[in-house]
Ligand binder design. Structure first.
Ligand code: SME
Length: 149
């Protein structure tokens, strides 16, 4: 079971006093990616203010991500459309999964809110099958809640 306590404290310390959203997103993606070596792709898809039913890629660490994902498509689009965390043990079995990188086998995607408003999703992918559990999902939900300030 991954221990998120140190990285959560580190994120809180670095973000303290920084109001810029891009800086906050980039810092979270970087520190999470550094904390866990089996995180293969770590980052954000944000709701496009010009197309509110579409996600556009935000700060991330990893291989090239797709630029845009429609609400309801793939794991990220499902998390956005349902506003619910998606924990996927085998992405190849997930209807409509978007294979930005074929090396990904499992992923967890948690919605990111500012108050009641959905502003994006935090997506973590692994090359290992079933790499994430409810424990990861809950810890990442807590970290996603640190985006808004
Ligand atoms: N796998 C995601 C797409 C984004 S990337 O993997 C970086 C999905 O199906 O939502």
């Amino acid at each position: 079971m991954r221990d998120y306590s140190e990285v959560t404290e580190q994120i809180a310390a670095v973000l303290d006093g920084e109001p810029n959203r891009t800086a906050r997103l980039a810092t979270i993606a970087c520190l999470l990616n550094l904390a866990f070596e089996d995180y293969f792709w770590t980052g954000f898809y944000m709701v496009d203010p010009d197309k509110p039913d579409e996600l556009v890629v935000g700060p991330y660490q990893g291989t090239l991500g797709c630029l845009r994902i429609a609400f309801g498509r793939g794991v990220c689009g499902t998390a956005a459309a349902t506003r619910q965390t998606q924990l996927v043990e085998d992405v190849h079995a997930f209807p409509g999964h978007i294979a930005c990188d074929a090396a990904t086998n499992s992923e967890v995607v948690v919605p990111v809110f500012d108050g009641e408003t959905l502003i994006g999703v935090l997506d973590v992918d692994s090359t290992k099958p079933a790499a994430f559990s409810d424990h990861d999902a809950r810890a990442l939900e807590r970290i996603a809640a640190m985006v808004a300030c």
